[in-house]
Design a protein. Structure first.
Length: 558
């Protein structure tokens, strides 16, 4: 059975009062601790200084008394030392450790021995030190300090000085009075802290309640009304000493109320735009074929497309032509988003009418697309495009380029058992380009033809592939791409797509691409697959009574 958690509401007043009590107690405790520590250290130093002064001044007198066997002198000196209020006892022992003279404030008839005060190690330390050196020993449990020294006598014989040890001088003094003073100080500090805390808490609380708690209470009431869709602003408080953070909070709260009202008014418009953008994305996806080992006649096609935003600027397509030829096109509109997607739709619309053309060649297609882009765009958007027609009968590839990335022609050299990659280099201006005088003159594009045999592969890609960056801002690069392509041997085109996309993913490390990424493989196979039929061919095959059948139409447009 689950336990119910009870949430106790603590008013801000209680929290502030508790915080003040804790802070005052903490600060006073820290101050008292260090003050007591400093006081105790100073009192111990003063006690040590006073007792050492009396102890050291008595040493030579006691030495003379022992050497001269003057008991009266020794007792008089010991009594004088014992007058110090913190001194408990003074004792004189002979060299063997037997008591010679003693005065003890707490005398209870006990016997005195040097070993009662000093152990063997202490006596050894005293004997090994220099003449009249002082030995000090603290007994914390009894709150006492023992001071001791060895007594010596000097004798001159034949100009030679001889030093004899004649006994020990021991004094004990108490530090209990220091502890009593410290305890009294602690008691006073506690009382002072309590009185000071009460005064500070009361005055601070009244001040804080007026300046902080009451305005925050009003803000809380207003926020609860907002939760009920009642957008009411909070009244500003009267300020006598200038505005502070609370005033800024109230102003920002009122501004937030205004912004929320505007936000609600704009939300429907934003939702409408989002729906339109999603619709544009769906339309964009419908413009691009999704090919995976797609057989079209003598060709095998596979593609990859990833948009940088909801609606990309890359576009590619293929069109089967007469005489078993195929047209491959891949373009890239500058920028991305909805405007780029709409321009690709216009380009796609033109390309779908390609079967109605009397002449189909890559250069002519680009020349007409240049006019389409210039008229469809806002004159600020251009488009790169590569177009190629591959003929399995002639074993040729005829291509033109409108400033697009140069594609690769991949051939396998069976004799050397290696992959050769040729760059299909041909120049041309971007579609929709305007010269310096902004003249909309028709641009003539060059055309070139290369050998394209069975097993050869055309690889077309957009700049988003080679310019994709990782976390270190390094580009994927054409060099890396070429190196990867040389490893492909007998793989089909979809496996090549997977290899490149996986390598790109590992390189980018989940980074968001700045541009659309698209690339296409087109491989010419030895056998022909007639299962694919273009919609235009289906249209002509559907009604054989048409005045123009499909074969005649395709022969004319070829």
């Amino acid at each position: 059975m689950s336990e119910k958690i009870i949430n106790i509401r603590l008013p801000l007043t209680v929290k502030i009062a508790s915080s003040l009590i804790f802070i005052i107690f903490f600060v006073v405790s820290i101050y008292t601790y260090f003050d007591i520590k400093r006081t105790r250290t100073q009192m111990e130093l003063d006690a040590k200084k006073n007792t050492l002064a009396a102890f050291t001044s008595a040493i030579p007198i006691i030495e003379n008394g022992i050497w001269g066997l003057d008991i009266t002198l020794i007792e008089t000196t010991l009594k004088q030392v014992l007058k110090n209020p913190i001194v408990d006892s003074v004792l004189v022992f002979d060299e063997s450790g037997k008591v010679f003279a003693t005065f003890d404030k707490d005398a209870d008839g006990r016997s005195y021995s040097l070993n009662n005060y000093l152990n063997d190690n202490d006596i050894q330390n005293i004997n090994t030190k220099k003449e009249n050196s002082i030995f000090e020993k603290k007994i914390k449990k009894e709150e006492k300090v023992i001071i001791a020294t060895a007594l010596y006598s000097k004798e001159n014989h034949l100009r030679k000085e001889t030093i004899f040890k004649i006994g020990y001088f021991v004094m004990t003094y108490s530090t209990q009075n220091i502890t009593e003073i410290i305890n009294e100080t602690i008691t006073k500090s506690i009382l002072l802290s309590f009185l000071l805390g009460v005064v500070i808490i009361i005055t601070s609380f009244l001040y804080i309640r007026q300046l902080i708690i009451l305005p925050l209470t009003e803000l809380e009431k207003s926020s609860l009304k907002i939760a009920k869709n009642e957008f009411i602003q909070t009244k500003k408080r009267k300020s006598y000493i200038g505005e502070d953070e609370i005033d800024s909070l109230i102003n920002n709260f009122n501004l937030m109320v205004i912004q929320i009202i505007k936000f609600i008014a704009e939300q429907k418009e934003q939702q409408r735009m989002a729906n339109e953008l999603e619709m544009a994305r769906i339309v964009q996806e419908s413009l691009i074929p999704n090919a995976k080992n797609l057989r079209v006649g003598h060709f095998e096609l596979s593609s990859y497309f990833k948009a940088a935003s909801e609606c990309g600027g890359d576009w590619w397509h293929f069109y089967p032509l007469a005489n078993k030829k195929i047209l491959i096109m891949l373009g890239d509109v500058t920028g991305h988003g909805t405007p780029s997607g709409m321009l690709t739709a216009a380009v796609k619309g033109y390309c779908d009418s390609i079967y109605s053309k009397n002449e189909i060649n890559p250069a002519k297609i680009l020349e007409e697309l240049d006019i389409v882009v210039r008229l469809s765009g806002d004159k600020n958007r251009l488009m790169t495009m590569f177009a190629a027609i591959i003929s399995p009968i002639d074993e040729t590839i005829t291509f033109a380029n409108a400033a697009h990335n140069f594609p690769f022609l991949i051939k396998k050299d069976s004799d050397k058992n290696q992959i050769n990659i040729t760059t299909l280099v041909i120049n041309g201006k971007r579609l929709g380009y305007l010269n310096k005088n902004l003249d909309e003159k028709e641009i003539i594009y060059e055309v070139n033809t290369k050998k394209f045999s069975t097993g050869d592969i055309l690889f077309v890609f957009s700049d988003g592939l080679v310019e994709a960056k990782n976390k270190d801002k390094q580009e994927y690069s054409e060099r890396r791409l070429r190196k990867l392509l040389t490893k492909f041997e007998t793989k089909n085109t979809s496996e090549m797509i997977e290899e490149i996309s996986l390598d790109l993913k590992n390189f980018a490390q989940d980074e968001i691409f700045d541009d659309d990424v698209s690339f296409v493989f087109c491989k010419m196979c030895s056998d022909e697959d007639t299962s694919y039929s273009h919609e235009m061919l289906k249209y002509f095959e559907k009604d054989k009574n048409k005045s123009l059948d499909s074969d005649k139409f395709l022969k004319n447009v070829s």
